[in-house]
Design a protein around this ligand. Structure first.
Ligand code: EPZ
Length: 437
């Protein structure tokens, strides 16, 4: 297993180009299952990530030929009979659930391993199943699999509002099921994330008829069949926000390129409130924190889009551990998404957790320490903290971070960070101390 070794304290400088969005690319790849045999989908600006490779592996299992050329993916349906998404693949990536809707709509059946919980919470899929039932699918859960049948789905009204707001991949699944359903579907309380909007635009390129893209209410007029298309994946707003957090916490001056500022309005506003100077162009954002030794304290509440993204909560909490005062971070999407807080405390942060809120007393300095990434974004938050901490930080279990960031250490090094990838040495004895030797 790999780890990152970071020596903090260097202000980041220069320009960084943002890659395509993981959370846009994954459901767009799954949309290839909606195509008849022989039709192909071409996606450009696809990031080179572990999760993208996992989705490709799953699609191959489901009869899709996947060809990669640089950041271009060509997906051609060769066999439209397979309907099973096996546990072995689904257990490694929850986004695999996005094959459920398209398989059901196009092949009339789907057997998808039930995605279990993960480090950030229980993450049920009840809204996905209720939604598909509203399109007249027959559903059951047996032996760890969601079994869905529906020779011809029929349109209906689907409500996707849950305890924590709407559901992103739930909206993706219902959209991909409804585009081939007979008649009209109204999706109420649909997710509005840019990644969901991109999927809807792609489906319309493939011949679907979706109205109201970007709103909470989506209208889908079912069509008989779809055809191949080409589309470029939007930039990754979460990757962009992560580099902005790294620039802010190190007092750096970084220009983030190939980013859509309009996707990050609340994030940019939060940085301004922290005292960071920003120059936003259409596809670039200059993050200038030169001379900003400690950020202003701010309160952050994660919410569905266009609210503050939960996937940047850990990275911005890292900045607030060194703020000039008290900040309150409230997690409204995944109430338990605070595994990074305990690790940040190992670096000297003062964080008190109360249910789904963390109260952060800013400290003047963080000190380097061995810390453990429990999931993708928690890991990114620990890297951001390590870039500002005095001394040596080791971030263990980097495989979590590789799922959503392509060669993060090389790209941070290109901005002047002292970070490298190293092998975690398997402990000779069971004592934890041996592991970090
Ligand atoms: C997507 O997950 C993203 N993943 C997540 O990013 C992101 O954290 C999340 O949306 C929220 O923005 C992808 O796009 C691949 P949800 P998703 O369904 O679709 C509850 C990352 O780091 N809920 O919108 O799985 C759920 O438990 C990942 O890149 C139900 O109760 O999230 C959560 O509390 C992590 N029932 C809330 O809704 C359901 O049927 C939002 O979940 C579905 C969801």
């Amino acid at each position: 297993m790999d780890k990152f070794v970071i020596h903090g304290g260097r202000p980041l400088k220069g320009a960084i180009r943002i890659h395509g969005s993981k959370n846009a690319a994954l459901p767009m790849m799954a949309a290839s299952l909606l195509l008849p045999r022989g039709e192909r989908l071409v996606l450009r600006n696809v990031p080179d990530l572990a999760d993208v490779r996992t989705m490709a592996k799953l699609l191959v299992e489901l009869g899709v030929h996947v060809e990669r050329g640089g950041a271009r993916l060509t997906l051609t349906v060769e066999d439209d009979r397979p309907v099973r998404a096996p546990y072995e693949i689904v257990k490694t990536m929850r986004a695999s659930i996005c094959v459920l809707g398209p398989l059901l709509a196009r092949r009339g059946e789907a057997q998808v391993s039930f995605p279990g919980g993960c480090a950030i919470g229980s993450r049920p899929v009840d809204l996905h199943l209720k939604g598909l039932a509203r399109l007249h699918a027959r559903l059951a859960v047996r032996n760890g699999y969601i079994l869905a049948r529906g020779a011809k789905l029929r349109g209906g009204t689907v409500y996707l509002g849950g305890t924590f707001g709407s559901t992103v991949t739930g909206t993706d699944n219902i959209l991909m099921a409804a585009v081939l359903a007979k008649g009209r579907t109204v999706i109420e309380h649909a997710a509005q994330e840019p990644e969901v909007q991109e999927l809807a635009h792609l489906l319309n390129h493939m011949g679907a008829r979706i109205d109201g893209i970007g709103n909470h209410r989506l209208i889908v007029h079912g069509v008989e069949r779809l055809h191949g298309a080409e589309k470029t994946v939007i930039p990754d707003r979460i990757e962009a926000g992560t580099f902005m957090a790294a620039a802010a916490i190190t007092g750096g001056d970084v220009t983030v390129e190939n980013v859509r500022a309009e996707d990050l309005t609340v994030v940019l506003e939060t940085l301004r409130q922290m005292g960071v100077r920003l120059e936003a162009g259409t596809y670039t954002v200059r993050v200038n924190a030169k001379g900003l030794r400690r950020a202003e304290p701010v309160d952050i509440t994660s919410l569905p889009y266009p609210g503050f993204p939960t996937d940047l909560q850990a990275q911005f909490m890292a900045i607030l551990t060194r703020a000039k005062g008290i900040s309150v971070v409230t997690e409204r999407i995944y109430p338990d998404r605070f595994t990074h807080a305990a690790e940040l405390s190992r670096m000297g942060a003062e964080i008190r957790k109360q249910e789904s809120t963390a109260i952060i007393h800013g400290v003047a300095k963080l000190s380097g320490a061995p810390v453990m990434a429990s999931d993708l974004r928690a890991g990114a938050g620990l890297v951001v903290a390590g870039l500002a901490a005095r001394g040596r930080t080791e971030v263990l279990r980097v495989y979590h971070i590789d799922r959503g960031y392509d060669r993060l250490e090389e790209r941070l090094s290109s901005l002047g960070a002292n970070i490298r990838r190293a092998k975690e040495i398997a402990p000779a004895s069971s004592s934890p101390a041996a592991a970090t030797a």
